[in-house]
Design a protein. Sequence first.
Length: 582
Amino acid sequence: MSKYTALKKEANKLTTLPKTPTGINGLDEITLGGFPKGRPTLICGGAGCGKTLFSLEFIVKGVTDYNEPGVFIAFEEKAHELAMNVTSLGFDLEKLQKDKKIKIDYIHVDKSEIEETGEYDLSGLFIRLGHAIDSIGAKRVVLDTIENLFSGLDNEGILRAELRRLFQFLKDKGVTAIITGEKGEKTLTRKGLEEYVSDCVIFLDHRVINQISTRRLRIIKYRGSLHGTNEYPFLIDEEGISVLPVTSLKLDKPVATSIIKSGIPSLDQMFSLGGFYKGSSILVSGTAGTGKTSIAASFVNAACSRKEKSLYFAFEESPSQIIRNMSSVGLDLQKHVDKGLLKFYAARPTLYGLEMHLVAIHKAIQKFKPDVIVLDPITNLITVGSFSDVKSMLVRLIDFLQESQITVMFTALTLNSIINEQTDDGVSSLVDSWLCIKDIEFNGERNRGLYVMKTRGMKHSNQVREFVITNKGLDLIDVYIGPEGVLTGSAREAQVLLEETGMVLHSNALGRKDRELLRKRKVLEAKIESLKTEFESTEEELNKVYIEEDIKREVITKTRKQMTQFRSGNYQKPDQANPKEE
């Protein structure tokens, strides 16, 4: 539910005032439903602010969108002149008149006739206006401009009375009316009375600041209804009028927990959840040539590859230039354009003021309904406004995008330390994630380093990664720390080569030592085998001696026994002896 839907429901609880939708983009949101039904509304402002276009679009949209016929009473321009004026907006007044959906009547008021008669009576106008209303069953009426109707009247009493008669006549006819009035010097209108008798008063302003024109709208009063009270920028283009109702101060936007990828896998790895939250805002800042646009292009390329619609707002390069340049890094954006998934909106910042750019962005988003948008670069908007103005614009834009759950990536150019600080303070505090790209100058080279300054709602890497752009895409190289700190470019390659060479030499030395150890092991094993053989031979010799000694001992013992028997006279020869004794 949008904030304006909620306000409208709240307003309906407090009042039963019926309203007529205008059909003008954004105006019904800030009026919480449209103009008061059956009552007059005053639209006033200076020359060129868009009063006539507002009232004409109110009449035309009443027919085309709500099937409510309308009457346009002009006191300055004739019907064919009005038809020519709004042809560029796509309004075919002549056809609508032929179909009896709209009736345009030109009434010429001659000041000299009023001065000659000395009388002022609007009865004739009431008859003519009443006939026009009844002839087509009109529900909407416009009187443009009321100053011409009262140009010959200086009596304030009569003027007030006639105004009340006119407004009461319109109420009695039950039509929703718009009265246009010219701005006075110290009052909203020249006569200074119309704003008091009108039920709703809208003031249009066309101002020029720093040679940039901006149109704004403000609701001065609205009897019986809540309404937006701020100034709202509005845009007049080939599709009519668009009012930007982005002024919410409530921090009650919905949030998502789903993750979307950046299109650079190594960058996603720097976030604990593997990417950015859907509906979040991302800032990519860095000096010129660091690859901010390439990161943004990779972001929309990944979104389109997921069949998500992307809208690319370019304030520095044309769409064809971006498509050509990104093809050199392996990104084919043209195929996404052909499929209708990617749309470019390219304009110089000086084309509009800041708020008019905001209206144009708001209108393009509502029309295309993207999932992802890119603004590249936002720092170019500083040419048409101050840092505080840019910040105010981005706050309103981020509010709108968060409410619609659209993920946005901003790129910002940092020129020097002063601009960097101002840009950081003005922009970085608004976004959810901030990627910084910096130049790393070392060993006579200029390389890129990328790090995550912040990301709300998830952990992230605190390392500075080398950011490289190749013809196959973008990549982040893991941190490489050498003897002299973090190394990039050729210094990193040289250190890698040096360490690889050292590893080869070390491996070769280890192999040589292993072979020498193997040889020593074999020699030692041979010696052990020789000693073992020698031990076995010695053992065999010792066993031989032991056997001979046993035999000798046995023979001696036997011989000694025989000698003892022989001496005792009991000696017998072995063949005479008792066998048992044998």
